[in-house]
Design a protein around this ligand. Structure first.
Ligand code: SAH
Length: 218
């Protein structure tokens, strides 16, 4: 255990199990997702001062005016993305602290996650290294461009809200693939996009509150 997080060591497994039970009561049913969230320590990804709240169902500040998403939203998005099937190659736009990327790393063969704020990218790189999450590959770039050289992806997750689905990301979604993202400005809805041979199908899920997607690097 890293000294930085030693203080929470004895209780983290128990508080993590409580978080999993809460996710079940909130309606998360995919055992693969619940197992993944049991496996990934969430307190590694937040500042030590906030570590005691890491397993509460809240979003927490991670600096640079950004937040770590609340556990329920992470679970819900990955459950929608998986749709009960094994994921091969996944793209995440908005690494932030890297927590969701680490959970994705447990359920997909390869995860590519892109972050536009350099200090967050660096910190997430360290945290994922600490967890030895070798199938999670981070990059520092504007994620709305996707990773065309690695596409297609059978799953794409956006961790920041957009007004429209970035065209580049639609193009990088595999046939049979799924994309989950928050859409909208002041009023946002979690949105599922499914691609088949005929085209794209969009369904609107619950109301959510995400930070906005921004363009360019910072
Ligand atoms: N996935 C995170 C949540 C991150 S919050 C978690 O596990 O909790 C959203 C992140 O999206 C922020 O870090 C923000 O900097 C990033 N972001 C916003 N616009 C972006 C863009 N165009 N490309 C890449 N990252 C972006």
């Amino acid at each position: 255990m890293n000294v930085r997080h030693a203080g929470i060591g004895m209780t983290s497994q128990r508080t993590r199990s409580r978080m999993i039970e809460r996710l079940r009561t909130q309606g998360i049913q995919d055992e693969v997702v619940l197992e993944a969230m049991t496996a990934v320590p969430r307190h590694i990804f937040v500042d030590e001062a906030l570590a005691s709240r890491a397993y509460d169902d809240v979003s927490l500040p991670i600096g640079h005016a950004q937040t770590i998403s609340q556990p329920y939203i992470v679970a819900r998005m990955i459950e929608m993305l998986r749709n009960g099937k094994q994921l091969n190659r996944v793209l995440e736009v908005g690494t932030g602290c890297g927590y969701q990327a680490a959970v994705l790393g447990q359920v997909a063969r390869e995860v590519y996650s892109v972050e536009r704020i350099q200090p967050l990218f660096k910190r997430a790189t360290d945290s994922l290294k600490e967890l030895k999450a070798r199938n999670v590959i981070l990059s520092y770039a504007d994620g709305t461009m996707g990773r065309p050289e690695i596409a297609p992806f059978d799953g794409i997750i956006m961790a920041a809200a957009a007004l429209h689905v970035p065209q580049a990301l639609l193009e990088q979604l595999a046939i049979g693939g799924r994309m989950v993202l928050p859409l909208g400005a002041r009023e946002q809805f979690l949105t599922l996009i499914e691609r088949d041979e005929k085209g794209f199908h969009e369904s609107r899920l619950e109301a959510v509150k995400f930070v906005p997607i921004l363009t360019g690097k910072a």
